[in-house]
Design a protein around this ligand. Structure first.
Ligand code: NAP
Length: 311
């Protein structure tokens, strides 16, 4: 535990890996701690079409591994561990993981966000046996099957289209009468003959034996209830910030996102934030990468004694 890093970055998604690249390239002793696998949500996306520089789109895993490689090439250390206790007050921060304890002068929280659960009967029981939150990971299991996608924003609409590569029928279920998704994605889904859209509809329960076999839908306007046979359900109803472990330590907003000023500094000195976990208006790979670059430059100045007011 004697090693004191200049900066410890929590999370190896696009924000964390960009921050790592910039910090390491600026010769800061940099460690990234990731609890699962590099890439975060980016790695659960089949093709990213709106990240500049990849005219034909790029696979999320490919982009994640390339970002990881680039950060490591400049000297960033990557450790797979989960932090469960933090002492953030004072000039040296202490982070306790299951695999060890880490010390750093600065911490960048880049833990991203995870899929929100629907909270209906059967969801937990059939998780992994018909209930999924990742079409890229599980879509191929539904070749020639019938699946439901729940949600009305970019993720739901985009992944419904993606699933038509495998499933013979995709039923897109949204609780309101119009999508929130960007028009280009909405148009693609509406024009796809394999996709049926059910507006004003919610999922009431998921049924099955060893795996999902059917689910009950309710029309919120007419009150009509129907039970339809399905092989799987993909839930895309938004995100939940990964901040549970920070709840009493730094300021979060009412939805659990980390509150920061324009210098990406949190309520605790020496603790900064980047990416989807931050309270912000747009959550994309491009904005996460932007946060990563900015937060690294702020950390560099902070460590050389330049205060927020001077920047
Ligand atoms: P989101 O934008 O937060 O939308 C969540 C969707 O789920 C909304 O349509 C919402 O309905 C619905 N919903 C929420 N709670 C629900 C519940 N309990 N039951 C049923 N439906 C519920 O989430 P997201 O699609 O995961 O996107 C997250 C962020 O990533 C967004 O900023 C999005 O733009 C971005 N993203 C971008 C792209 C892209 O640019 N290609 C792709 C994926 C994601 P209402 O509409 O009624 O509120």
């Amino acid at each position: 535990m004697s090693k004191i890093y200049d900066v410890c970055i929590l999370g190896a998604g696009p924000a964390g890996l960009t921050a790592a690249l910039y910090c390491a390239r600026a010769s800061l002793k940099t460690v990234v701690i990731e609890k699962l696998a590099p890439g975060g949500q980016m790695a659960t996306t089949a093709s990213i079409e709106n990240y500049p520089g990849f005219a034909q789109g790029i696979g999320g895993v490919d982009l994640a591994l390339s970002m990881l490689d680039q950060a490591q090439r400049f000297g960033a250390e990557v450790i797979y561990d989960e932090i469960h206790r933090l002492e953030l007050v004072g000039p040296v921060k202490l982070l306790e993981g299951h695999g060890g304890t880490y010390q750093a002068k600065c911490v960048i929280v880049a833990t991203g966000a995870s899929p929100r659960e629907l909270g209906v009967p059967g969801e937990l029981r059939f998780r992994g046996t018909g209930v999924s939150y990742c079409a890229t990971c599980d879509g191929a299991l539904y070749r020639d099957k019938r699946v439901v996608v729940v949600g009305g924003s970019d993720s739901a609409v985009e992944e419904a289209v993606f699933l038509t590569r495998f499933a013979k029928e995709v039923i897109l279920v949204h609780r309101r009468d119009s999508f929130r998704a960007t028009p280009i994605l909405t148009k693609r889904a509406m024009r796809n003959p394999q996709i049926t859209v059910k507006f004003d509809t919610i999922v009431e329960a998921i049924y099955g034996d060893t795996k999902v076999t059917s689910l009950t839908l309710a029309n919120v306007k007419s009150g009509e209830i129907e039970t339809i046979p399905v092989d799987g359900i993909f839930i895309y109803i938004g995100l939940q910030p990964n901040t549970e472990f920070l709840r009493t330590i730094i300021e979060l907003d009412h939805s659990g996102y980390v509150v920061a000023d324009q210098h990406l500094s949190t309520s605790v000195e020496g603790v900064l934030v980047a990416g989807d976990v931050r309270q912000k208006v747009l959550r994309q790979v491009a904005t996460a990468v932007g946060d990563g670059a900015l937060v690294a430059s702020i950390v560099e100045k902070y460590l050389s004694g330049v205060t927020g007011h001077d920047q």
